[in-house]
Design a protein around this ligand. Structure first.
Ligand SMILES: [Zn+2]
Length: 370
C-alpha cells in the first residue's frame, strides 16, 4: 500500500466537503505547513490548541484536519511570546500541517449538521437554511465495452453521479462506434486510414458543474482512446439545495424536558440550557451546529417544535420565547461529532492507502460546570 501525500488526502476529503460550499469569507483550507509531503497519520480535531499540537507530535501525525480554523482573524505578527505564536511555532517546527474545513463541512451531506441530526435520531431530514444550489451538467462518453467498468469507476471515484444519498450513479447504453483514424494517429483499436467499427457503450453521469473539469480529467485518464468522444450537456434541473442546519422528525414525540434529557444523552453533554416551559410537545426538531443565533426565525418558519443550537445569546433567547419557539443550547462543543464522522468517512475512502485517521482525544471544551 502506498503512503499518500497531503494533497491526495485533501483532494479525497474535498470530494465530500468541497471548498465552494463554505460561507463567504470563511477562512478555510490549508492554514499551516504544506500538503506537499507524505502523510501516514492524520489527526482529526474540532479545535487546534497547544494540547492538540502535542497530541499530533506524540501520535506522529503530519497533518491535522480541524473544524475550527486556527487562524480565524488575520495575524498581525508571529511573536512567540504569546500563545498563538507559540502554537504556530510548535506546529511548524514539528512539520505538522493544519487544514481547516469549517462551514463547508457544516453544509456537506453527511457533515457536521447531518452527524448532529443522526445523533439526535432525526428522520426525514431536510436542510434548514439553504445556502447552495448546485448547477448540474450531464457528461456522456463513448467507451469500448472492455473498458466500461474502468471508466464508470473513474467517474464515481471523481465524485460524478452523486445524487443525494447515492453515489456512483450512471446509465449505460450499448451501440456501435465508427471512426477512421488518419495516417498519423495511434489508435487503440484499428489502423490508420481504415474505417473501423466497434461495440461501444455510452455512459451518462450527472456532475456538479463546479466539479466538471476534475471529473472529465479523471474520465480521460481512465479511457483507452487517444481522443475520447464525450458530450457535456447543461441541465435545467438543479440538485437538492444544500445548506446549514437540518430539520427532521423524532420517531416518538416527547415533552421538551424529556427531549432535553435526550439531547444531553445523545450528544454527550452534562447540561443544556433550555428556553420553554418543559411541557411543550416535541416532534419536529431543527438543529444547527455551532452558533445558530441568526436562524431562530428560519427554525420557527420551518415549523420546528424546538431548535437545538449553541452559543445562544440572552436577547436571542428572549426573542425565541416571544415567538413561542423552544430552544435547547447544549453548547458549541457538541460539534465534536465531526471528529468520528471525518475519521469514519476518510478511513472508508482511503482503504488503498497506508494512512491512518486518528480521532483527537483532547477535550477542547473550555467550560465546566460548578
Ligand atoms: Zn463551530
Amino acid at each position: 500500500m502506498k503512503i499518500p501525500n497531503g494533497q491526495q488526502i485533501i483532494e479525497e476529503f474535498e470530494k465530500w466537503s468541497p471548498k465552494y460550499l463554505a460561507m463567504e469569507g470563511d477562512p478555510i483550507g490549508l492554514h499551516v505547513g504544506t500538503l506537499n509531503k507524505k502523510v501516514e497519520r492524520v489527526l482529526v480535531t474540532l479545535d487546534v490548541d497547544e494540547a492538540v499540537a502535542d497530541e499530533a507530535i506524540e501520535k506522529g501525525a503530519g497533518l491535522i484536519i480541524a473544524h475550527h480554523p486556527p487562524i480565524f482573524r488575520p495575524l498581525k505578527n508571529l511573536q512567540t511570546d504569546f500563545p498563538q505564536g507559540q502554537l504556530m511555532e510548535k506546529l511548524i517546527k514539528n512539520d505538522i500541517a493544519v487544514y481547516a474545513a469549517h462551514t463547508n463541512l457544516d453544509v456537506a451531506w453527511g457533515g457536521v449538521n447531518d452527524l448532529l441530526a443522526d445523533a439526535l435520531g432525526l428522520n426525514d431530514t431536510e436542510v434548514l437554511v439553504k445556502t447552495y444550489e448546485a448547477e448540474l451538467v450531464k457528461v456522456a462518453v463513448f467507451v469500448p465495452e472492455s473498458h466500461e467498468g474502468q471508466v464508470r469507476k473513474a467517474f464515481g471515484d471523481a465524485g460524478a453521479g452523486a445524487i443525494g444519498d447515492y453515489d456512483f450513479c450512471s446509465y449505460t447504453l450499448s451501440g456501435t462506434g465508427r471512426f477512421r483514424p488518419n495516417a498519423s494517429a495511434d489508435p487503440y483499436i484499428g489502423e490508420g486510414g481504415k474505417m473501423e467499427e466497434t461495440a461501444e457503450s455510452k455512459i451518462e453521469v450527472v456532475v456538479r458543474k463546479a466539479e466538471k473539469d476534475r471529473v472529465i480529467r479523471a474520465m480521460i485518464a481512465a479511457h483507452p482512446y487517444e481522443e475520447p468522444a464525450y458530450d457535456v450537456f447543461t441541465l435545467e434541473n438543479k440538485e437538492l439545495p444544500m445548506g446549514l442546519g437540518r430539520i427532521g422528525r423524532l420517531k416518538d414525540e416527547m415533552t421538551l424536558d424529556e427531549f432535553a434529557e435526550h439531547v444531553k444523552k445523545s450528544l454527550g453533554v452534562p447540561f443544556a440550557r433550555v428556553v420553554g416551559t418543559g411541557k411543550e410537545t416535541i416532534k419536529k426538531v431543527a438543529v444547527l451546529g455551532g452558533d445558530g443565533n441568526k436562524y431562530i426565525q428560519q427554525a420557527k418558519r420551518a415549523g420546528a417544535d424546538v431548535y437545538v443550537t449553541g452559543d445562544l445569546y440572552f436577547h436571542v433567547a428572549q426573542d425565541a420565547q416571544a415567538i413561542g419557539l423552544p430552544v435547547i443550547d447544549p453548547g458549541h462543543h457538541v460539534e465534536k461529532v465531526m471528529i468520528q464522522g471525518v475519521v469514519n468517512h476518510m478511513t472508508e475512502k482511503s482503504s488503498n492507502w497506508q494512512c491512518e485517521f486518528l480521532p483527537s482525544e483532547v477535550n477542547t471544551e473550555p467550560f465546566r460546570i460548578k
